[in-house]
Ligand binder design. Structure first.
Ligand code: HSE
Length: 310
């Protein structure tokens, strides 16, 4: 038994965004993973992989984000069938822009379509977050939530799960810079402190709360002032060469904020599309790496929509 192939696209996302470690996420306009699937008699399997660094993506369904998330969705739906997948990676793994999250979200989203859409969007997010936990050692949905819902997302609580979505300001542009270094989320979580001080807690609550206000009121300057992290990025700076130089270059070319994307190594910069040129910011970051003998891919993106069938 094999059904008709269906195809979904799952976007890159950036998470943490200053003070919102494991809480804030934003869907990006590009790139995407493309996931195809069709019903089979039972089980989940991967029959083809292609795209960016696909050689490093496991074909074992117990180790691949697409199939782990899909299996969880099939289980929650009590499905009496399996799924065969074809995966085209558009997002480089170990990049900090939700590569595994996009695969997980795409797998769960596609499985839910084949199940007749019986899961709520929160349940689809939890299926994808389950795959993130298996693969990164931490249960976090700050990439998979915006990947499913699009826009800017805020997770209030994991148990019970509660997520909110805000449409980001139209004028908010994003520059993504991906230095030629791989950082696995599991490794990047190992360097984090176990405790934070009251002083840092107060700093994070103030900045996180104000970032939400700024997103809702479309205050780009306030977004810039509120993307601040006193705890997580400082612990991870050692993992990303020239991170501070790259951020300083972006800021001196008009970025509103420049920060570590998720668990790294991508450097994300926000800018005002009405007053600044994202390409100039991108070039300034690329130059920092070129001057230090390192390759760095850069691109300009809008804020994005979530997973969709194509
Ligand atoms: N919030 C997660 C972390 C995202 O920073 O580890 C991983 O991309």
């Amino acid at each position: 038994m094999s059904g008709e192939w269906i195809k979904v696209e799952a976007p890159a996302t950036t998470s943490n965004i200053g003070a919102g470690f494991d809480i804030f996420g934003l869907a990006l306009g590009r790139p995407f993973d493309v996931i195809e699937g069709r019903k089979t008699a039972s089980g989940v399997s991967i029959s083809d992989k292609s795209g960016v660094c696909h050689e490093g993506i496991p074909s074992d369904p117990t180790k691949n984000a697409v199939t782990i998330a899909a299996a969880e969705a099939l289980k929650r739906c009590n499905a009496d069938f399996g799924i065969e997948f074809r995966i085209t990676k558009g997002i480089r793994p170990c990049s900090g822009i939700g590569s595994s999250g996009a695969s997980a979200a795409g797998g769960a989203f596609l499985a839910n379509i084949l199940c007749g859409g019986s899961l709520s969007s929160d349940e689809v997010i939890l299926c994808a977050a389950h795959a993130e936990e298996v693969l990164s050692g931490g249960f976090h949905a700050d990439n998979v939530a915006p990947c499913i819902l699009g826009g800017f997302t805020i997770i209030r609580s994991y148990a019970p799960f509660e997520v909110s979505r805000i449409e980001p300001p139209k004028g908010l542009g994003v520059v993504i810079a991906m230095p030629d270094v791989m950082v696995a989320t599991a490794d990047s979580r190992k360097v984090l402190p176990k405790e934070v001080s009251v002083r840092d807690l107060v700093f994070h609550v103030g900045n996180a709360s104000t970032l939400v206000h700024a997103m809702m009121t479309e205050d780009l300057a306030q977004i810039g002032r509120s993307v601040k992290d006193a705890v997580f990025e400082p612990a991870r700076t050692q993992l990303v060469p020239y991170l501070k130089d790259a951020e300083a270059a972006a800021m001196s070319h008009g970025a509103l904020a420049s920060f570590l994307g998720g668990s790294g190594p991508c450097v994300i910069s926000f800018y005002d599309k009405g007053t600044h040129n994202g390409d100039l910011i991108a070039d300034s970051v690329k130059s920092v790496y070129a001057e230090n003998g390192m390759k760095c891919d850069t691109w300009v993106a809008d804020c994005g929509k979530g997973c969709r069938r194509i």
